[in-house]
Design a protein around this ligand. Structure first.
Ligand SMILES: NC(=O)c1ccc[n+]([C@@H]2O[C@H](COP(=O)([O-])OP(=O)(O)OC[C@H]3O[C@@H](n4cnc5c(N)ncnc54)[C@H](OP(=O)(O)O)[C@@H]3O)[C@@H](O)[C@H]2O)c1
Length: 308
């Protein structure tokens, strides 16, 4: 294995922290550096104690100047970007710096949806960056930079608890779209973090590839059945609202077109609700990465363990 010196951008984040956990746990003797902004507000970035002890911390000016990036990347074999959505546009600079610093492998900030409908890109242009960065990486292959893009559809735990899957915990309200029957791919953060490490360990098989990874497929209905069992559902104050996909989505589009961004999440979940099935796709990465997956039961029990 030649990818051993690894730099992670966004190592204190929701996903970055799991990538660090699996790098530390892998037994592959990675030498890990985290790149963190000087005035970070991430609690774990500002306290070196909360990163794994073996991790080196490299601070950078908040606007990630290219010269500082090149200095940070020099000597690294791989750069993993787990930067937040709001920093995604900076990746062109990360990639240019990676080429200059002769980094071997770049993992873009993907970790989400694969296919993007035109209306999502129109109304939430930030998503376009993910696909443009894929193209930009392909254009840099000739300069010696290889890449691996890990795509996982939705983060399961965050989707259940944040309201993204339409479970509004503060109001004890669930909005089921078309009966909640549509099935989509879901992945736990733990599995995404492990997938990144497995891709580093299998550097030849993962070179210049987009890899679709997943734990299971699920639906709003399947999740609601478990939430209901755990919380008492309608007998305990929950309300269930039924909506039709087309009307629900159209309303969200009009809200965003009217300048109100509060419906952006609904557009993203509307994309998820187009449904997904990845096992037969040539990009399906679970086998290539020998990825141990979590079952729906295991994942939902863990998410709902503190819920009553
Ligand atoms: N599939 C899904 O359901 C799903 C859900 C959420 C996120 N994602 C994807 O996962 C990736 C990582 O997301 P995340 O939620 O793990 O990120 P996050 O926790 O919001 O942020 C990760 C790190 O980005 C750095 N950062 C740089 N510029 C920033 C800025 N302007 N504002 C905030 N943070 C900034 C921070 O590191 P320092 O403070 O150390 O500099 C922060 O800790 C993204 O690609 C995102 O699209 C997918």
């Amino acid at each position: 294995m030649t990818l051993t010196k690894i730099l992670v951008i966004g190592g204190a984040g929701n996903l970055g922290s799991l990538i660090l956990k699996h790098l530390e746990a892998s037994g592959s003797q990675f030498q890990v550096t985290v790149l963190t902004r000087k005035s970070t507000s991430s609690s774990s970035s500002s306290s070196t104690n909360t990163f794994p002890k073996s991790v080196k911390i490299h601070q950078i000016a908040d606007d990630y100047p290219e010269a500082e990036l090149v200095a940070a990347f020099t000597g690294q074999d791989a750069v993993i970007s787990a930067i937040s959505m709001t920093g995604m546009h900076l990746q062109y600079r990360f990639i240019d710096a990676a080429v200059t610093a002769k980094v071997v492998r770049y993992f873009p900030t993907e970790f989400g949806l694969d296919e993007l409908p035109d209306w999502l890109v129109e109304l939430r242009p930030m998503f376009r960056i993910k696909h443009d960065v894929r193209d930009y990486l392909v254009s840099k292959e000739k300069d010696g930079l290889s890449w691996t893009a890990i795509v996982c559809n939705v983060f399961f735990e965050m989707g259940v608890m944040s309201g993204f899957f339409n479970f509004h915990w503060d109001q004890k309200r669930v909005v089921l779209v078309d009966g909640g029957e549509v099935q989509w791919v879901a992945t736990t953060l733990d599995t995404v973090g492990l997938a990144v490490v497995r891709a580093l360990e299998r550097e030849d098989q993962s070179r210049n590839r987009l890899l679709l990874v997943q734990d299971f497929r699920t639906s709003q209905k399947e999740i609601w059945d478990r939430v209901k069992a755990k919380t008492g559902g309608e007998d305990n104050g929950w309300t269930v609202e039924h909506v039709k996909y087309d009307e629900w989505l159209e309303e969200a589009k009009n809200t965003v077109r009217g300048g109100d961004n509060s419906a952006l999440g609904r557009l993203t979940f509307g994309t998820v609700l187009l449904g997904s099935q990845w096992e037969e796709r040539k990009e399906f990465g679970n086998t290539l990465l020998d990825l141990p997956t979590k079952s729906f039961d295991e994942a939902i029990e863990s998410v709902l363990k503190d819920v009553s």
